[in-house]
Design a binder for this molecule. Sequence first.
Ligand code: FAS
Ligand code: PHB
Length: 393
Amino acid sequence: MKELRTQVAIVGAGPAGLLLGQLLQRSGVDNVVLERRSREYVEQRVRAGVIEFGIANLIDDAGAGERLRREGLVHHGVEFRFERNAYRVPLSDLADGKSITVYGQQEVVKDLIALRLQAGASLLFDHEVTALDGLTTDEPSIEAEGVDGKIRISCEYVAGCDGSFGVANRSLPTGILRKYERTYPFSWLGILAEAPPTSEELIYCRHENGFALYSMRSPTLSRLYLGVRPSDTLGAWSDDRIWDELNARLATVETSEIHQGRIVERSITAMRSVVVTAMRHGRLFLAGDAAHIVPPTGAKGMNLALADVRVLAEALVARLHDNDDTLMATYSATCLERVWRAEEFSNYMTQMLHPNDEDDFENGVQLARLRQAVHSREASTVLARNYVDLNSL
Ligand code: FAS
Ligand code: PHB
């Protein structure tokens, strides 16, 4: 068994683990990132697309924002479509001039990996962490299976950034672990298509057939979603059926066709809300999807993960540089207050935009909520502020 030693062992090279590694590296805190998948796999995984105003600044301040600022698409508004009408919510006008940046999560991951490798910092791909030990002692350690066999890493702290199906949250003892969960009665079918965006801004759409979302990745790449049944499979959705349904749902009295192109990636994602408490156990700290899941309707998943890391990096640096564990002691409570705010906003956006097959009263309430969101300045303002900058409010 190969032995290594570091100050902070980080499990997972998603956005959370990589940004934490970058922030600690810049503060002179030694750390190792372990990732069970290959570099190619994590860099091609298509996921989130919207970066909040404050989170784009965080990525920039971490020294990883150069391409984001150059290639990211800055948006000052978002459109809602329902009952075949379109309504624009002027985000920046309502949120102190702040905006969102549309820039794929996998691009953030690529940028952080490149920086880490350039700095010569330790990033072990194809290394699955199999055990976390000594979490309530001064000598925690982790074990991992790599291509060359097992390794054990002794450390002072462990950051569980390994997503919702990782090993870290399973390491919380039953007396500490509490999970709050909600599963929604629909999933999202997402496609990446070689088609120039039909719209300059994102379009969230509620149609009697179901939800649709129009997003993009670049001037030549569109990202689109359809609400589908949880039991649906990709095999049930031919290209023609996908485009026909997107056109049907996104059509308004003025427009009916969207730009189409070759579909280069497709996936179906379940819609879940999960909150794991506590986010700390002894020397283990959870951050990102390891601690919480939000339905992507509010575009909060990655933003929430990086906001946890902003708090965790500061707490680890204070402890390891200044022997001050005040921020550590409040880490879980500080993060959970923001996590529940994001859960509420994501639930609000999800319920409002997905018609309910079985409950027409619920549909009436949701349409009333949606009308208020686009017609009432007060309601639009709350929505805009949460959408562009919830994690920094
Ligand atoms: P991640 O899951 O990104 O990263 C965890 C990493 O840990 C992974 O690379 C994994 O391989 C690794 N790992 C797991 N177990 C390990 C072990 N034992 N040892 C070593 N490594 C291990 N959010 C949005 O805002 N909008 C979206 O449209 C959207 N779409 C999504 C689609 C899908 C299919 C999924 C799963 C999520 C989506 N999300 C979306 C949410 C997503 O963006 C997450 O919020 C974001 O990836 C969270 O980042 P991390 O916490 O770093 O977790
Ligand atoms: C995306 O561009 O992938 C995206 C945008 C907004 C969302 C979810 C996903 O709410």
